[in-house]
Design a protein around this ligand. Structure first.
Ligand code: PLP
Length: 458
């Protein structure tokens, strides 16, 4: 609880002042009715009136270590006593150690990793912006290719990269961005009928796009290694390897956006490690310190950083490598190692969440597909399993969105905070969630999905 000397407003004013003075993201302000959160612990949080929620969304899929980890909170307090801020051009022990640790974990499963430097940002959008800037300057090319069904942030370049409707109001945005279809076997753009075929056809489609765009004009291909908000799309066999091969063949940089997929979410430090594929640039944020303080960045391979050895990199941020945020990243990475959090997330996925969600699929006709890994899962909900018609249409609003709104409301009424997007329910609890808590959440989903089933027409 905050000490009254720090925050001397009455808690009851939080809602009223929010509605009067806080302008919220992505929202028509008049319609909002936010719950007031007063405390949180591990995988749970409580509202001002004492209602408890099991956090199956990890807030915005970022609180990977769980809420209020005592060692992480203490590390921040200790470092705040030592040094709250320094300019980015000084050296600082917290920043140096955070960079060293991030580089160290980025090399997991990659014996020849040359991801050796880190440019720090305040979050994910600035990471994708700066990765693209580096790629363009390194290659001397302008074009950037990326997937439909993706999210890369909300600043001008990052929202242009984004392959979902959040981009539309900001178009035309940054010049030089070209979209292509990534793999999604359940709703294939290529009419394929297996994961293998989907991978092969998606790569052939990419070849066609490279041909007509001119591969020699392309600076980078940026992908979410495992697509997050747009569906938890795990790359099929050979896909990441295929992207890597095409990048090498055409002198294009491969950028993996691991803002959501990284730091334990997929049961790995970084998701690309699962496939043994090394990108040239890696974007991170969220799970690096679970959002206890704002932090993100780009991990940079030697070949890219060499371009800026004798030539200035034209980018910077007042808070690049903020010492307090970096101290929290150091503490968080060390806690992950001490407590085996990566391994826990991996086994929660394989041994508890996967079989639990498969049972839900068996019980509920509206669950069309279950997919994911680690603590990163989606239920693709349908009106009809045969046609795979989504339970709510793409980008549904108003009455069309009712099935998903009702489902979310049913989860909340039973004490589970869900993550929903379009026709999907995502299961993304903190990496530290206990088996009992996951089972509690799955039992709530089992009840709540009866609401989705009422919209089933198949
Ligand atoms: C894959 C991905 N990239 C980038 C971002 C943007 O990060 P931020 O909101 O910290 O700017 C997000 C946020 O959800 C994300 O999921």
């Amino acid at each position: 609880m905050l000490d009254m000397s720090v925050l001397d407003t009455h808690p009851a004013d939080a809602f009223a002042n929010d509605r009067k003075h806080v302008f919220h993201s992505w929202s028509a302000q008049a319609a909002l009715n936010p719950v007031v959160i007063s405390r949180a612990q591990g995988s749970e949080f409580w509202t001002e009136d004492g209602t408890r929620y099991l956090d199956f969304s990890s807030q915005l899929v970022n609180v990977n270590i769980g809420h209020q980890h005592p060692k992480l909170v203490n590390a921040i307090k200790e470092y705040a006593d030592k040094l709250c801020t320094v300019a980015p051009f000084h050296a600082n022990d917290a920043r140096s150690e955070a960079a060293r640790l991030i580089v160290e974990v980025a090399a997991t499963n990659l014996p020849d990793s040359d991801l050796n430097m880190v440019f720090f940002t305040n979050g994910g959008a600035e990471a994708t912006e700066n990765a693209v800037r580096m790629a363009r300057l390194h290659t001397g090319r302008n074009k950037v290719l990326n997937h439909y069904r993706s999210y890369h942030g909300a600043t001008n370049g990052a929202i242009t990269l984004t392959g979902d409707p959040r981009r539309w109001p900001s178009e035309p945005g940054m010049p030089g961005v070209v979209k292509f279809w990534g793999p999604y076997a359940y709703r294939s753009a290529f009419h394929s009928d297996s994961e293998e075929q989907e991978s092969e056809r998606a790569l052939r489609h990419l070849d066609d796009v490279l041909m007509v765009e001119g591969a020699h004009t392309v600076a980078a291909i940026i992908i979410e290694t495992v697509v997050g908000t747009n569906g938890i799309l795990v790359p099929p066999p050979g896909y990441l390897e295929g992207i890597r091969e095409r990048c090498d063949r055409h002198g294009i940089l491969m950028i993996c956006d691991e803002v959501m997929a990284g730091f334990g979410r997929c049961g790995e430090w970084f998701a690309f490690q699962k496939w043994g594929v090394q990108p040239d640039l890696v974007c991170f944020a969220k799970g690096v310190n679970s959002g206890y303080l704002p932090l993100g960045g780009v991990v940079i391979s030697d070949k890219v950083s060499a371009s800026f050895r004798d030539k200035a990199f034209p980018g910077g941020l007042t808070y690049s490598g903020h010492p307090l945020a970096c101290a929290s990243a150091v503490a968080s990475i060390n806690i992950f190692k001490e407590e085996g959090i990566i391994e826990h997330a991996r086994s929660l996925g394989a041994d508890v969440i996967a079989p639990g969600l498969e049972k839900l699929q068996a019980n509920h006709p509206s669950v069309g597909e279950v997919r994911g890994l680690g603590v990163f899962w989606a239920l693709d909900l349908v009106k009809d399993r045969a046609t795979r018609e989504p339970l709510a249409p793409y980008n549904a609003a108003g009455a069309d969105a009712k099935p998903m709104l009702d489902l979310a409301a049913a989860c909340k009424a039973k004490g589970l905070w869900p993550f929903t997007h379009f026709n999907r329910l995502h299961v993304c609890p903190p990496c530290t969630t206990s088996v009992d808590q996951v089972e509690e959440g799955l039992a709530i989903l089992d009840e709540a999905l009866t609401v989705a089933d009422q919209f089933y027409t198949g």
